[in-house]
Write a protein that binds this ligand. Sequence first.
Ligand code: NDP
Length: 399
Amino acid sequence: MGRALIIGAGGVASVVVHKCCQNSEVFEEICIASRTKSKCDALKEKLGGGKTKITTAKVDADKVEELVALIEDYKPDMVINVALPYQDLTIMDACLLTKTDYMDTANYEPLDTAKFEYSWQWAYRQRFEEAGITALLGCGFDPGVTGVFSAYAMKHYFDEIHEIDILDCNAGDHGYPFATNFNPEINIREVSAKGSYWENGQWVETEPMEIKRVYDFPEIGEKDMYLLHHEELESLGLNIKGIKRIRFFMTFGESYLRHLEVLKNVGMTSIEPIEFEGKQIVPLQFLKAVLPDPASLGPRTKGKTNIGCICKGIKDGKEKTYYVYNVCDHEECYKEVGSQAISYTTGVPAMIGAMMVMTGQWKKPGVYNVEEFDPDPFMDALNKWGLPWKESFQPDLVE
Ligand code: NDP
């Protein structure tokens, strides 16, 4: 069918590459391009020789001219951005200049401000429309599948959805006292920020980890979970008809929170540069360098994840509740693709999103979030490509 340019060669990219190779009818050719070319070559070494033809390249995705040169040379049908959120805008610029479809898994964040929101990327809507190309934003699990789940609930089960609670539980145990499951810098910026949720058309802000609930997760059991701000709240707040409240909860263990608190108190999670032995360093970037590489957690992590959406609303004049979720097993993921479930649950939907655009099922000029497209082919693909979902019509609700 076609060729994709994959930017980034980290934990998520590794799963995307595995899955594209499994789906060689759609991904006949892929190019893995990143800052450190040896990581791209290592992936090629591991997965080359199958039906999907793999090439590699070195690119600094902060530089539009390098990206444009690479895209003009490789001529991909689309670009899959699984580098870091800081590169979203430069990659979108390069896609515009070369008229190439675009997809990512996380919304843009400026390097010097821990603030993530869609405004920067939504500002590209008209230019993408005029160029006749598609940008699919936030197509990992959360954001990503959580938006597809919400659109699926809306399409099949509700006339109006009034409340959505997105619950993200990771009950995996990697045996380290403290490590993050994906890029530590991005992860710590996310969890140390203030929390917020969307209610009656506006944001309600909370202190970090201020709101705690306990939930009995299917196939996992009871876990503490905390309300966080999360990027899909912003797009779902606009795109789901009748929505009055939407919240996001993530589980954290006591040890993780205790370490995070200490690191924060001593200034290690700060993104303000400091002078150290004559050099400017960002404490959080230094912390990233001393923490275990998320990719190294794969072989040690045991347990499951459960991520899903509980929706409450109205169907045919009657109140209705609906829970749709996926349970994923860290060890099974490792057996299949050599990564733990966090990278797996992000990389599989990224491959599926790219497939939706490349096969024309989700192709429309402009900039879109996942819930703006028909969820059905995506839901079928989740079952086929390793993230089967389950439904419950009488779930426990979060107070
Ligand atoms: P990693 O840190 O493991 O990998 C990031 C990759 O991007 C590395 O290969 C890195 O290169 C490369 N990179 C960084 N800067 C540049 C640059 N300027 N030019 C070219 N390449 C660059 O991150 P993850 O794989 O864990 O995460 C990837 C993305 O997925 C992130 O945006 C993250 O926010 C998102 N994510 C989304 C989730 C979701 O559910 N929606 C969940 C988890 C993650 P190098 O090796 O040189 O550092």
